[in-house]
Write a protein that binds this ligand. Structure first.
Ligand code: ADP
Length: 378
């Protein structure tokens, strides 16, 4: 009996023996740990009063089942000494003496509070993930539809503005000698030029929205072909110089004249253009921007260095997320428009073509955004 009692003491479950009137006769260390009362404190107490037992059905029903079947299993709620409530999986067995009368009831209670809490948390996390995934899918779908709908009238507006500009240019020539008319027409043309710039900007935002919805639906199409990265970068820098002649763009090329990669040229142009326009946008108008093309092992690296605000380590990681914009980074030059999509799209474009992207930066020390693409074989 002593050996048996020692073994029961070792059990992590609460093992309790009570008489038919529910008074506690035995209370192991597992019960002490679970409920907080020592065996001395619990001994002789009416168990349901001590633990404020809450049954799934009435106590009478449990007693009847116990009497009929000789055992009962179910979930109980108990209140511990410190007032905490625990949920236990309870197994109760009737012990009869030689005369067949009930002498004791053995009760083994296993704490499932934590297990149930974890299961509940897991189920909640899974449900939240599903909701989030569905919300994201709906958002991508919406962005795709809205983008198309917004772009259609914009295309018509752009064509009309360009036609009006052409007509105005003709009229300007026609009325060159009439000063008043010439001034009015010039001012009208300026309005149209500004309108066209705004349309292009809006077009770019819509393109970013459409790209991001395509990426997330796995529908972005790339058309890889052999292209020379050096002339591609030179072209983008040339275009940018045309748009912002007042800014200094230093281009340093240390690769062979032709540096061929297998990539979608338009998409790579988009990445270079995004890096350069960010560098210009987030640094002072007086600061230069340096663009480098160089070889690193079997890859070619394009980097864009600015003297802007620089980024902390956490920001360097987060800028590649979609819709993320660093709250402390202000637009210093050009338009303030941005949706926090350009770098996310750039990363996808490069990674889908076996390349890598990254940024080296420190707050206050500017940033260098870079990407690599593998050199075309042979
Ligand atoms: P956005 O259209 O907002 O510029 P991007 O995806 O291109 O979107 O950039 C995400 C964010 O990263 C920007 O909003 C800005 O906060 C930060 N960022 C991008 N480029 C730079 C840079 N060169 N220097 C500092 N911060 C930058």
């Amino acid at each position: 009996n002593q050996r048996l009692a020692n073994l029961i003491e070792l059990s992590r479950d609460a093992v309790i023996i009570r008489d038919p009137a529910h008074h506690i006769l035995f209370w192991n260390q597992g019960a002490e740990r679970l409920y907080g009362w020592t065996e001395q404190e619990a001994s002789g107490k009416e168990i349901h009063a001590l633990l404020s037992t809450r049954f799934p059905v009435s106590l009478e029903e449990v007693s009847t089942l116990l009497k009929e079947n000789g055992q009962w299993e179910g979930i109980l709620l108990h209140t511990c000494q410190d007032g905490e409530m625990v949920k236990v999986e309870s197994q109760q067995v009737l012990v009869r003496n030689e005369a067949g009368e009930v002498s004791d009831i053995l009760e083994i209670n296993r704490d499932v509070t934590e297990r149930e809490r974890l299961a509940r948390e897991r189920a909640e996390a899974k449900a939240n993930e599903l909701i989030l995934r569905e919300a994201n899918r709906l958002m991508d779908e919406f962005i795709g539809i809205a983008g198309h709908e917004l772009r259609t009238p914009l295309t018509t507006i752009k064509v009309s503005v360009q036609l009006a500009q052409r007509q105005l240019s003709r009229m300007l020539k026609q009325y060159a000698s009439q000063d008043a008319m010439h001034v009015t027409l010039s001012s009208l043309r300026d309005h149209l030029v500004r309108t066209e710039k705004q349309i292009s900007m809006q077009n770019r935002l819509i393109s970013d929205l459409l790209d991001v919805s395509r990426i997330h639906a796995g529908r972005m199409e790339l058309h890889p072909d052999l292209c020379d990265l050096v002339s591609l970068v030179q072209e983008v820098v040339g275009d940018q110089h045309y748009l912002t002649p007042e800014r200094t763009l230093d281009l340093v090329i240390t690769t062979p004249e032709q540096t061929l990669v297998m990539a979608d040229a338009d998409r790579v142009r988009q990445v270079v253009s995004n890096y350069i326009s960010n560098a210009l946008k987030y640094s002072e108008a007086t600061e230069p921007v340096k663009i480098r093309v160089r070889l690193i092992d079997s890859c070619v690296q394009v980097s864009v260095q600015d003297h802007g605000p620089g980024l902390s380590l956490e920001q360097q990681q987060r800028v590649w997320e979609r819709f993320y914009r660093v709250p402390s980074v202000e637009v210093k030059a050009g338009s303030g428009i941005g949706l926090g999509l350009g770098l996310h799209i750039s990363r996808m474009i490069i990674e889908w073509q076996q390349g890598q992207v990254g940024v080296c930066s420190e707050p206050g020390a500017g940033s260098t955004f870079w990407f690599t693409l593998p050199l075309a074989e042979g």
